[in-house]
Design a protein around this ligand. Structure first.
Ligand SMILES: *[C@@H]1O[C@H](CO)[C@@H](O)[C@H](O)[C@H]1NC(C)=O
Ligand SMILES: *[C@@H]1O[C@H](CO)[C@@H](O)[C@H](O)[C@H]1NC(C)=O
Ligand SMILES: *[C@@H]1O[C@H](CO)[C@@H](O)[C@H](O)[C@H]1NC(C)=O
Ligand SMILES: *[C@@H]1O[C@H](CO)[C@@H](O)[C@H](O)[C@H]1NC(C)=O
Ligand SMILES: *[C@@H]1O[C@H](CO)[C@@H](O)[C@H](O)[C@H]1NC(C)=O
Ligand SMILES: [Zn+2]
Length: 477
């Protein structure tokens, strides 16, 4: 046998290592080579190639110093649950600078969670004809009605809120409990939401509770306007809202269809832009739930095609939403999703994909499938760094990933945001945008909170003003 024995292999290996060590010991690595490699890394990251003007460079240095101070502090917000970190972030000078910064577009927000719960309770539930009922599992439902509404299965008798509040006298605590029904935000998130399934089930409850308010036609118009106002105040000039366009209703119980809904988006967006000339507008991505049957999704795609034809300016595309892990994978809907191609029409896709930590499961195939269906962007892409081929494809196709850091933390994919997988994408200069997903449910408004987590937590000391600039520019691209 000509093969060397394991022992002689071992000896050879050890002697090679000793020789190599000796070389390194004799001379420190060439500092210019080191500088060059470090510059190469810095250049590759998001914003690494952005040239800064002199004042921008000074601002970037100032941000760098502020970040050093924040990291040296006793509590580092990105390492904490956002619900506990929010008040600290509000005091952060970096956060205040981010609020002032033009952030471009918000490309991943769901209409059902667009407006903060303060406004919903303090403004909407105080309007006349608002009724409430209480479910067996400690939740509430709302409806506006000219006369006593018919009871809803699983809910108590409808009570007029105006009368209930009069009976209660001091309503502070009651109003606070209503707000708690409409958001996930709470002081002790770790004990309240021990698992992904628990937090997702409360998440769905909040949507059911909000829906009765939101679907009242006059409220819906004000709600959209209020939502645009909150975004604009955070220096955002364009938004794409994901929505199922569910029917809205009037006081007498009559209803409006999807076309009415799209017309309303268009009207409110135009009105807002007329009053705020630097605002570019709001558009809609039509969504249905991913737990539906194949035939229902087929109908939805058909209706998306029709709506896009009818409202090309406001309706931009289609997506599937809901808990990805418990929903159906994209591949299951392949017939429905290839319908536009078969009919020779265009329908842009904006799929949620890779919002999962179930690596290697069927659901984990969604990223690749989203790209194979020529998705225009990917919602979340949390799992993307685990998929080198999908990652390359996404880069080659210029498909931006919509990173929603706070959403991923609250829905329990990651706890310390310094460990968010987008750090990898960021350091490689992958096309990324930042968004807030469900601001009301997570207790945020605008994009500044998510920008903070991205800039201070995920990007760490490497991200700079160039990073922020590129993220904002990406969103408008
Ligand atoms: C109303 O109740 C809250 C607690 O629920 C309390 O903090 C507040 O002082 C009360 N206000 C009045 C006017 O009694
Ligand atoms: C929802 O509101 C009701 C009525 O005030 C309250 O009893 C219940 O505790 C609230 N539920 C949550 C989850 O906060
Ligand atoms: C509620 O909001 C509407 C506009 O959206 C505003 O006109 C009205 O004054 C608000 N009402 C209260 C009580 O805040
Ligand atoms: C889909 O999920 C939602 C929310 O959990 C649920 O209300 C609905 O009944 C589900 N639909 C189907 C068809 O399973
Ligand atoms: C995606 O785009 C490519 C290139 O334009 C095209 O060849 C392919 O058929 C498209 N696939 C679908 C499912 O639309
Ligand atoms: Zn989403």
């Amino acid at each position: 046998m000509g093969l060397p024995s394991p022992a002689s292999c071992w000896i050879a290996l050890v002697s090679v290592l000793l020789v190599c060590r000796a070389i390194v010991c004799l001379g420190v690595p060439d500092p210019s080579v080191r500088d060059h490699l470090m510059q190469e890394e810095a250049f590759r990251q998001v914003g690494g190639g952005v040239l800064l003007t002199e004042p921008e460079r000074r601002l970037s240095e100032r941000l760098h110093k502020l970040k050093e101070q924040e990291m040296a502090g006793p509590q580092f917000p990105p390492a904490m649950h956002f619900f506990k970190a929010r008040s600290l972030i509000q005091q952060s000078p970096i956060f205040r600078l981010l609020q002032m910064m033009p952030k471009g577009a918000a490309l991943h927000i769901h209409t059902s969670s667009l407006v903060g719960v303060d406004w919903l309770v303090k403004n909407v539930t105080y309007r006349p004809h608002c009724y409430v009922c209480f479910t067996a599992d400690q939740s509430v439902r709302f409806i506006f009605s000219a006369k006593q509404p018919i009871p809803q299965p699983g809910c108590s008798k409808w009570t007029l809120l105006e009368a209930l509040r009069r009976e209660l006298g001091n309503v502070t605590g009651f109003d606070r409990s209503l707000m708690q029904n409409l958001t996930l935000f709470t002081a002790d998130p770790e004990t309240t939401y021990p698992s992904q399934n628990v937090v997702w089930s409360k998440f769905e409850q909040t949507f059911s509770a909000v829906l009765g308010l939101l679907r009242h036609a006059p409220v819906f118009k004000d709600y959209l306007y209020q939502g645009l106002t909150q975004l604009y105040q955070d220096n955002i000039i364009y938004v794409e809202l994901r929505t199922d366009l569910s029917e809205t209703y009037e006081l007498d119980g009559s209803t409006h269809d999807k076309s009415w809904c799209l017309r309303t988006y268009q009207e409110v967006s135009r009105k807002f832009a007329a009053q705020h000339p630097d605002f570019l507008g709001a558009r809609v991505i039509f969504t249905v739930r991913r737990n539906l049957s194949a035939s229902k999704v087929r109908e939805a795609v058909q209706s998306a095609i029709t709506l896009h034809k009818e409202f090309p300016e406001v309706m931009v595309g289609f997506d599937l939403v809901g808990h990805e892990d418990t929903g159906r994978p994209l591949w299951y809907f392949r017939e429905a999703l290839s319908l536009p191609m078969k009919l020779g029409v265009t329908l842009a896709y904006f799929f949620h994909a890779g919002e999962t930590d179930l690596e290697g499961t069927e659901v984990d195939g969604n990223l690749l499938d989203a790209l194979l269906f020529n998705t225009s962007r990917i919602g979340h892409g949390f799992a993307l760094p685990h998929h080198p081929v999908a990652k390359e494809l996404s880069r080659k196709m210029g498909v931006a990933i919509e990173i929603c850091p706070i959403s991923n933390q609250v829905l329990k994919l990651v706890s310390d945001l310094r460990n968010h997988p987008a750090a990898v994408l960021m350091s490689e200069g992958h096309p990324l945008v930042i968004s807030s997903d469900d601001p009301a449910a997570f207790g945020t408004t605008g994009l500044s909170y998510d920008f903070y987590e991205m800039f201070v937590g995920i990007g760490g000391m490497s991200s700079n003003l160039g990073t922020l600039k590129e993220l904002a520019i990406n969103s408008l691209r």
